[in-house]
Design a protein around this ligand. Structure first.
Ligand code: SF4
Ligand code: SF4
Length: 122
């Protein structure tokens, strides 16, 4: 289930992101890892939090937990910090607060279609 929508523009410097987390709610095979992402995450996080597409071209993705990213820390209700923020993939770094995909995610309660990730249908 998506989260409720959030109205209004977020803080451009990301001060609202941990209490929002809408762009970290999405379907599986959304956050795609490039080679530099894999190097930054390291073996333990790759093993624990990522999955390889079984069929060619065998892209690697962050795992999902239901309809949210498996790297999202949801232990505290209403707070959505990324558990791997410092080493998060490039896909996540391109979602700037206030960008079209951010505003769409806030409106939908989950990441929408305006984000330019390389998506592979499950
Ligand atoms: S949707 Fe926008 S405000 Fe919400 S967490 Fe993502 S970047 Fe931050
Ligand atoms: S890796 Fe972190 S920033 Fe990227 S979608 Fe998952 S929780 Fe959000």
């Amino acid at each position: 289930m998506p989260l409720p929508p959030i109205s209004g523009d977020p803080d451009p410097d990301g001060a609202d992101c941990v209490s929002c987390g809408r762009c970290c709610h999405h379907g599986p095979r959304t956050v795609h890892l490039l080679e530099p992402d894999e190097l930054r995450l390291g073996e333990e996080l790759l093993r624990r939090l990522t999955v390889l597409q079984p069929e060619p071209p065998h892209f690697r993705f962050i795992k999902n937990e239901g309809e949210r990213c498996g790297a999202l820390d949801v232990r505290e209700p209403g707070r959505y910090p990324c558990s791997i923020y410092e080493v998060r993939p490039e896909d996540c770094r391109i979602v700037e607060p206030g960008s079209p995909c951010c505003l769409e995610a806030r409106r939908l309660g989950r990441l929408g279609t305006s984000v330019a990730f390389r998506r592979v249908d499950a």
